[in-house]
Design a protein around this ligand. Structure first.
Ligand SMILES: Cc1cc2nc3c(=O)[nH]c(=O)nc-3n(C[C@H](O)[C@H](O)[C@H](O)COP(=O)(O)OP(=O)(O)OC[C@H]3O[C@@H](n4cnc5c(N)ncnc54)[C@H](O)[C@@H]3O)c2cc1C
Length: 560
């Protein structure tokens, strides 16, 4: 393709702005015009919750780049308040409506890039348009929320939906001193993760005074006294609030693409090929609006994240400029901070894999390592779940929760997944170490070793969800004082240090499931027992994991 081309970009934030800047770096001669219907381009959507929480104090700090900067630095013509309202694919032009004048003009293109993002879902519920019910997508949205809180001295907010934006809003409203209530349809917060992994987060939220209504939905809103709102819940309960934030997900913005006849994929995003080209060879699409393929499951998916949007923008520009770049797909690697806890994950969850009927080939382990050497002050535990293929050890997904060092572990696993790494690679991974940052045998080496032990047949794992159905003897190898403080009903206590001397007390005709607090002592016990001819399994994650498992199970029952 000639480099003297006219490139039009619809949407000037993550995907659009990356595309525009990259296109300029590759071609000084192209004419590049970027349209945004809003007042800003290149703003930090991801910072919006923190602006509401006053962590980011000045609105200007949310502006990563201005139209002037795009013009001066990149010679890119940025038009704000300019909505692209129609694409004429046959004649290669778009119609652009100016919000100030209401006038529409046409702009021809050689290449058109769509990066219109996604729209917050606002279900058609009674009262949904009442003042005080907000979504959060733009700077003006965040400004309105701040103004409402200040104007009415709001004290009580309801956040509907406990995904990652919901979590960030809970934290930031709490920071502003508001009492926060959460309504979530599913039986857990952060539904993209497995329920047992977010149990500690739910505990923290409750501990901080956040009221959780899980397994609950909102049926409608009505006006209360003064500015207040009343929410009618599916259970028949009512909640009162000074403001409501809807965080129930986003839908790809596909109106333009649909009306232009571009193909839409089964997951609802604009269909693109690996080079981000739509069904029209002159039109590319990137970001939240597109359907990607999940690199692990291969399934079509809509995964609205800033990292993929930025990379896609860059790749689309490469391709337009004739380079053979390819988008590899997405695996949903994410991190959220919530009240001193960090929650991060990459790849599919267990429940997603079960839903896709892929769980039979998988195994999982739980571990609770410390974020750095235990002897160095301030070590804190990480709860880590690793999912891998039983057949070849390929790493499939991971989830982690803790106070520190969480995202570092998930980032390493994310890269391992992208490189088709196995648990044997984790076992051997050389990671940086000093006592305040990690351990000589890092949490991830441990994860690799445990999983590799399973695949080599040195360790047979068991899981708490199967315990109730099992006839096995539950063997608790912790110390008696630990056992007294809490145990699995019916378990036999035989501390690890007495095991060799008292081994004949154990049955040889019954399977034994060993556990300790996190799974390490019981692994030692399992090795002793296995080498003495016992049928033994090690319960992954130990008694600590039992606590998370039970909490998750209880949370899936509606609150009384
Ligand atoms: C509150 C919040 C917090 C987030 N936090 C994170 C995070 O921590 N980590 C993370 O990875 N992701 C996060 N995200 C998601 C991330 O911001 C998006 O994935 C990313 O911005 C998507 O980029 P995009 O270019 O596809 O769309 P956007 O960045 O949404 O940009 C789309 C732009 O297109 C414009 N537009 C739409 N239609 C038209 C049209 N017809 N004509 C002209 N302009 C149009 C819109 O006005 C908008 O400005 C967050 C999102 C929000 C809302």
């Amino acid at each position: 393709m000639s480099t003297k081309q006219r490139i039009l970009i619809v949407g000037g934030v993550a995907g659009g702005a990356s595309c525009a800047a990259r296109a300029r770096r590759l071609s000084e001669s192209a004419e590049i015009i970027m349209f945004d219907r809003g007042p800003y381009v290149s703003f930090a959507n991801c910072g919006l919750p923190y602006y509401v929480g006053n962590v980011i104090k000045k609105e200007d700090n949310l502006l990563v780049a201005t139209p002037e900067l795009f013009q001066q630095r990149f010679n890119i013509d940025v038009r704000v308040h300019a909505e692209v309202v129609r694409i004429d694919c046959a004649n290669h032009y778009v119609e652009v409506k100016n919000a100030a004048t209401g006038r529409t003009n046409t702009e021809p293109y050689d290449a058109l890039v769509l990066s219109p993002g996604a729209n917050p879902i606002r279900p058609d519920l009674p009262g949904i348009d009442l003042p005080g019910i907000f979504s959060l997508r733009t700077i003006p949205d965040s400004r309105s929320i701040r103004q409402w809180i200040d104007q009415y001295q709001a004290r009580h907010a309801v956040v509907v939906g406990a995904g990652y934006i919901g979590m960030e809003m809970i934290e930031n409203l709490h920071l502003r001193g508001l009492k926060v209530t959460v309504v979530e349809k599913q039986g857990q917060v952060m539904p993209l993760l497995d329920a047992e992994m977010v149990a500690p987060v739910q505990e923290t939220l409750k501990h901080k005074g956040v009221q959780l209504h899980l397994n609950e939905s909102v049926n409608g809103f009505s006006k209360g006294p003064e500015h207040r709102l009343v929410l009618d819940l599916g259970s028949g309960r009512q909640l009162k609030a000074d403001l409501v934030i809807l965080c129930i997900g986003v839908r790809p913005e596909t109106r333009l693409a649909r009306e232009a006849g571009l193909e839409i994929g089964p997951s609802g995003g604009i269909r693109v090929d690996a080079q981000l080209r739509t069904s029209d060879p002159h039109i590319w699409a990137v970001g939240d609006a597109v359907e990607v393929h999940d690199v692990v499951t291969g399934e079509p998916a809509v995964i609205p994240l800033a990292g993929p949007a930025n990379r896609q923008g860059r790749i689309a520009a490469d391709v337009i400029m004739g380079r053979p770049s390819v988008f590899r797909g997405t695996q949903g690697t994410s991190v959220v901070g919530i009240m001193e806890q960090v929650v991060a994950f990459t790849g599919p969850s267990e429940k997603l894999l079960k839903g896709l009927d892929r769980w039979q080939q998988m195994e999982k382990i739980y571990l609770h390592p410390e974020n750095h050497a235990g002897y160095y002050p301030g070590a804190s535990p990480i709860s880590l779940k690793l999912i891998f293929s039983k057949t070849d050890g390929r790493i499939v997904g991971a989830q982690a929760v803790g106070k520190a060092g969480v995202e570092k572990r998930i980032d390493v696993i994310a890269m391992a997944i992208q490189k088709q790494g196995t648990v044997f690679d984790l076992e051997e991974a050389e990671l940086c170490y000093a006592p305040q940052f990690g351990s000589a045998k890092d949490a991830l080496n441990h994860a690799g070793m445990i999983a590799a032990n399973i695949l080599r047949g040195d360790l047979v794992p068991a899981h708490w969800e199967d315990a109730a159905r099992s006839d096995a003897l539950m063997l608790d190898v912790r110390e008696p004082d630990e056992f007294k403080r809490g145990r699995y009903d019916g378990a036999l206590n035989l501390p690890l240090h007495q095991l060799r001397d008292r081994i004949d007390e154990l049955p040889r005709d019954q399977e034994i499931w060993a556990y300790c607090y996190v799974g390490q002592r019981s692994y030692y016990a399992a090795r002793i027992l296995a080498q003495n001819g016992f049928q033994v399994k090690n319960i992954s994650g130990g008694f600590k994991q039992f606590g998370q498992f039970q909490a998750a199970r209880n949370n899936h029952k509606p609150e009384a």
